[in-house]
Write a protein that binds this ligand. Structure first.
Ligand code: GRF
Length: 215
């Protein structure tokens, strides 16, 4: 618990892979850099995601849900929504989640879902713009800078309002992999900062519990 008083903001993380952004968020919470926040549950659509192992190691509920186990995309997203709700999640954080999120999650958590994308949105975002493809496209266009963006998740893939960005130079010697690595370092700093600012701005942390005290 990192809240000064009351309960911290309950965060639900969705991820599909190594989970380095989740780990950075967890580190920021542990060090006090991201106060008034607690990751309550980590959900992955891939059971072998390293991020799930990180969650377990930290004593955080780790749930694996496989799309193949559901007859429709909506049923699958309903299961995700129910898992988030059952952990009283107030803020959903996508950290390398490789599916497009749909209903009922989008409306249940409207304006309360964040994502990080490894480009300076709106450039190099949208459907299919994932992983190395993003960085290769940046190199192909001979850009001199790139970076990462944290944005609100809406129906428009990578198109929600941008809440924060970090820039890095693109070097003449860069490969997609080296550029990805330089940007990832910035992601790990940017995401906790933007989450912190978001929780404060929308009073999702301890302040909200002060109201609960009067109920
Ligand atoms: C990051 O590059 C992020 O920008 C993108 O997916 C990647 C996730 O990496 N959305 P990790 O799983 O957090 O290490």
């Amino acid at each position: 618990m990192n809240a000064m008083n009351g309960k911290p903001c309950a965060i639900g993380v969705l991820l599909s892979g190594r989970g380095s952004n989740f780990a950075a968020i967890q580190d920021a919470i542990a060090s006090g850099a991201l106060p008034n926040a607690e990751v309550k549950v980590v959900i992955s659509n891939r059971k072998d995601a390293l991020g799930l192992a990180i969650a377990k190691k930290n004593g955080i509920a780790a749930i694996s849900l496989n799309r193949d186990g559901y007859s429709s995309r909506k049923d699958f997203d309903t299961a995700i929504c129910n898992a988030l709700k059952s952990h009283q999640v107030k803020l959903v954080v996508l950290a390398g989640y490789d599916r497009i999120l749909g209903e009922p999650v989008l409306s249940t958590f409207a304006n309360r879902i964040l994502n990080i994308h490894p480009s300076l949105l709106p450039a190099y975002g949208g459907k299919g713009m994932v992983g190395e493809k993003v960085h290769q496209a940046v190199l192909n266009q001979s850009e001199i800078e790139s970076g990462c963006s944290v944005h609100l998740v809406t129906q428009d893939v990578d198109g929600g309002p941008v809440l924060g960005q970090s820039k890095v130079p693109v070097l003449p010697t860069d490969t997609a992999a080296s550029l990805a690595e330089r940007i990832l370092e910035q992601e790990h700093k940017l995401y906790p900062q933007v989450i912190q600012a978001f929780i404060e701005k929308h009073q999702l942390g301890a302040a909200e519990d002060a109201e609960d005290a009067f109920v």
